[in-house]
Design a protein around this ligand. Structure first.
Ligand code: G6P
Length: 615
C-alpha cells in the first residue's frame, strides 16, 4: 500500500528518496513519484516501477537538498501518472503533497475549493489536501500553521508530507490514523511511513502520534499536536533506536522474497519459540508482565484479524476450545467494527497482525475496547507497530521482516505463538497435566525440524504445479482444524497465481461445490491422520466417483493409496496438535510453484498490498 519517504539534508537527497522507495516497494504500488527543491519544485512521476522512476530522475537531472517521494496504491482514481503523487497546488508558490490513507470528506472539501476557484488536475483525494493547504496558507503566515488548520478540516485516516516552493528549507508532515515516523540523522532529517525506508540513513526513530504535525529542517525538528493543542506548543516525543536488521531485508540467494520466506520458516519459528526451548515450563509472563493477572480473569476469547492472520485465528479457535476449554470467537476485523456484538468484559481480545498496521484490525480493536472489553493482547511481527503500542499484552512473532505480499512465515509463527498461548491458558485453567506440558514443550522444540522435513516435499509439489498452472479453478478441502489451512492454501493460490481457488469444509461438499467437480477442477485435500480422516476419505470418494482429480496432502500413515486421478504427497510425520502448521508448508510451495509456472509477479501480485493501511 502507499509509501512515503521525505528527506532534508546538507547534500542531494535524491539517492535517499529512491532507496527509500525501493525499501517500500514490498507494500505494493501502481505508480511512484517525487518532488525535489531544484530552483523551484521539480516533479517526476511514473506508472512504472521505482527503477523506471530512477531512470527518469537521472534523465531529468532531478536533485535537491530536500524532497518528498511516494509509491501510490490507487484508491481514488485509476493508476495513472496524473493521479500519482506528489500533487501540486498553486502556480506562483507551489505546494507539493504526498499522502497515505483516505480522506473521507474529500468531496465536500473539493466542491468548496472549486467554488473558491481552485482547479483540479487529478481524481485523487490527495489533491484536495494540497489545495486546502494552499487556501489556508493565504489566511496564516506559514506552512506549518496552514497544515495545522487544514488537518482540523480533514476526516479520515492519513499521513502527509508537504513542501512549499517559497520555503525549500522545511518539510511539514502530519499524521492521523496512518503511521508516520521521523528519522533523526546526523546530516539531515527524514520522514517515512515505514522504518525500513529510514534505516539507510539513521536508526534514531520518532513515532508520531495521532494529530502530530512536525516541521523538519536539515538541522532539527519540532512537533506540535494540533488536535489537542491549538496554541501550537511543542510536544516531546521519545527517540527510539530501531533494531530492525538491514540484511534481513535483502533477498540473499533466493529468486523471490516469498521463496526466501517459505524456507526461513524453521528458523522463524525457532526464533519465535526461543524462550520456550530453554525453559522447563511455560510461563504467562511470555505475554507481558500483567498476563498472569489478566489470564486468570478471563472466560472468553475474541480474535480480530484480516486475511492470512484471520486464518491463524480460525486455527487457534480449535486449539483454545479443545485444549484450554475456552470459548473463542474469531471475527474478520472489517466486519466486527461495524456490528453491534454482545460484549462480555471478561473477554481477552486478541489482535493478530503481521504488520501491526492493518487499519481494520486497529479499528476493530479500538471498537472492542469502546464496547467495554478491558483486556487486549497483540500477536504481531513488527515491534515498532501501532498494534503493539495499543494493547495491554503482547507477543512478538519473531519472523523478521516479511516482504512478499502473500504472507508465509508470519502465518506459521502466528500459529506457533497461538499454540503457546493455548498451552499457557490450558495450564492456568488446570486443563493440562505437567506431563502434557512437558510433551507440548518437546513438540514445540521439535517443530523447526519438522518444518524442515515438510519443506522436503518441494520436488513433488513442483510436478503438481505444472498441472495446476493449466487450470482456471481449484477447490481446497479440509476438516476440523485443517479447514482453515485449506482456506489459507486457497488464498495463497489465488493471491499469487490468479487461479480462482475456493476452500470448503469437506462435509459441505455435497451442499453445493460437488456440482463444480469435473476433470478441469483439481481438488486439493488436506488429509492428515487425525480423528476426522475417515470422514474426509468418504468426502474424497464423492469427488473421485465424479471424475474429479484429487491432490491429497497426507501423513506417512494416512493410508491413502495413489491411483488414477488420485495423487498423494505425504509429510514425513503426523504432528498431532501441530499438524496444521506443518500442512501449511506444501500449500505455500504449491502456490509459489504454480505462480512461477504462470510467470506472475510472485512478490508483488497485481492489485494487492502488503500492509493495508486504509479501510
Ligand atoms: C494484506 C496482506 C496479507 C495479510 C493481510 C492482513 O492483505 O496482503 O498477506 O494477511 O493484509 O495483514 P496483517 O499485517 O494485519 O497480518
Amino acid at each position: 500500500m502507499c509509501g512515503i519517504i521525505g528527506a532534508i539534508a546538507h547534500a542531494n537527497v535524491v539517492p535517499v528518496l529512491l532507496e527509500g522507495l525501493l525499501r517500500l516497494e514490498y507494500r505494493g504500488y501502481d505508480s511512484a513519484g517525487l518532488v525535489v527543491t531544484n530552483h523551484g519544485l521539480q516533479r517526476v512521476r511514473t506508472t512504472g516501477r521505482v527503477t523506471e522512476l530512477s531512470k527518469l530522475v537521472a534523465q531529468q537531472r532531478a536533485q535537491g537538498l530536500a524532497g518528498i517521494a511516494h509509491t501510490r496504491w490507487a484508491t481514488h482514481g485509476e493508476p495513472s501518472e496524473r493521479n500519482a503523487h506528489p500533487h501540486f497546488s498553486g502556480e506562483i508558490s507551489r505546494i507539493a503533497v504526498v499522502h497515505n490513507g483516505i480522506i473521507e470528506n474529500h468531496e465536500a472539501i473539493r466542491s468548496h475549493l472549486i467554488n473558491k476557484g481552485f482547479k483540479f488536475s487529478s481524481d485523487t483525494d490527495t489533491e484536495v489536501i494540497a489545495h486546502l493547504i494552499a487556501f489556508n496558507l493565504e489566511q496564516v503566515t506559514d506552512l506549518f500553521q496552514a497544515v495545522c488548520l487544514s488537518i482540523a478540516e480533514l476526516q479520515g485516516a492519513y499521513a502527509i508530507a508537504v513542501m512549499e516552493e517559497a520555503h525549500p528549507e522545511r518539510i511539514v508532515v502530519a499524521r492521523n490514523g496512518a503511521p508516520l515516523l521521523l528519522g533523526i540523522g546526523k546530516s539531515g532529517n527524514y520522514v517515512a511511513s515505514d522504518t525500513s525506508a529510514l534505516l539507510q540513513t539513521t536508526r534514531d526513530i520518532i513515532y508520531l502520534e495521532e494529530g502530530d504535525v512536525a516541521e523538519l529542517s536539515s538541522r532539527g525538528y519540532r512537533i506540535v499536536n494540533c488536535l489537542r493543542n491549538h496554541l501550537g506548543e511543542a510536544v516531546e516525543r521519545a527517540v527510539h533506536e530501531s533494531h530492525l536488521s538491514n540484511e534481513a531485508i535483502g533477498l540473499g540467494p533466493y529468486a523471490h522474497f516469498m521463496q526466501k520466506e517459505i524456507f526461513e520458516q524453521p528458523s522463524a519459528v525457532a526464533n519465535t519459540l526461543e524462550m520456550v526451548f530453554n525453559a522447563q515450563s511455560i510461563s504467562p509472563n511470555l505475554f507481558g508482565s500483567e498476563a498472569e493477572e489478566i489470564f486468570s480473569s478471563i472466560n472468553h476469547i475474541l480474535i480480530l484479524a484480516c486475511g492470512t492472520s484471520y486464518h491463524a485465528g480460525l486455527v487457534a479457535r480449535y486449539w483454545l476450545e479443545t485444549v484450554a476449554g475456552l470459548p473463542c470467537n474469531v471475527e474478520i476485523a472489517s466486519e466486527y467494527r461495524y456490528r453491534n456484538p454482545v460484549t462480555d468484559p471478561n473477554t481477552l481480545v486478541i489482535g493478530i497482525s503481521q504488520s501491526g498496521e492493518t487499519a481494520d484490525t486497529l479499528a476493530a480493536l479500538n471498537y472492542a475496547k469502546k464496547l467495554g472489553h478491558q483486556y487486549s493482547l497483540a500477536i504481531c511481527n513488527v515491534p515498532e507497530s501501532a498494534l503493539i503500542r495499543q494493547t495491554d499484552l503482547r507477543f512478538l512473532t519473531r519472523a523478521g521482516p516479511e516482504i512478499g505480499v502473500a504472507s508465509t512465515k508470519a502465518f506459521t509463527t502466528q500459529l506457533a505463538s497461538l499454540l503457546l498461548l493455548t498451552v499457557t491458558l490450558a495450564k492456568m485453567r488446570h486443563k493440562l497435566s505437567s506431563e502434557d506440558e512437558q510433551r507440548m514443550i518437546a513438540s514445540l522444540r521439535h517443530l523447526p525440524v519438522a518444518l524442515q522435513h515438510a519443506l522436503q516435499v518441494e520436488p513433488q509439489v513442483r510436478i503438481w504445479a505444472k498441472r495446476f498452472a493449466q487450470k482456471r479453478h481449484a477447490l481446497f478441502l479440509g476438516r476440523g482444524v485443517h479447514y482453515p489451512i485449506a482456506m489459507e492454501g486457497a488464498l495463497k493460490l489465488k493471491e499469487i497465481s490468479y487461479i480462482h481457488a475456493e476452500a470448503y469444509a469437506a462435509g459441505e461438499l455435497k451442499h453445493g461445490p460437488l456440482a463444480l467437480v469435473d476433470s478441469e477442477m483439481p481438488v486439493v485435500a488436506i488429509a492428515p491422520n487425525d480423528q476426522l480422516l475417515g470422514k474426509l476419505k468418504s468426502n474424497l470418494q464423492e469427488v473421485h466417483a465424479r471424475g474429479g482429480e484429487l491432490y491429497v496432502f497426507a501423513d506417512a500413515d494416512s493410508h491413502i493409496t495413489q491411483g488414477e486421478n488420485l495423487h498423494v504427497i505425504r509429510l514425513a510425520e503426523h504432528a498431532g496438535l501441530l499438524s496444521p502448521i506443518l500442512h501449511t508448508i506444501p500449500l505455500q510451495l504449491l502456490a509459489y510453484h504454480v505462480a512461477l509456472e504462470r510467470g506472475t509477479d510472485v512478490d508483488k501480485p497485481r492489485n494487492l498490498a502488503k500492509a493495508v493501511t486504509v479501510e
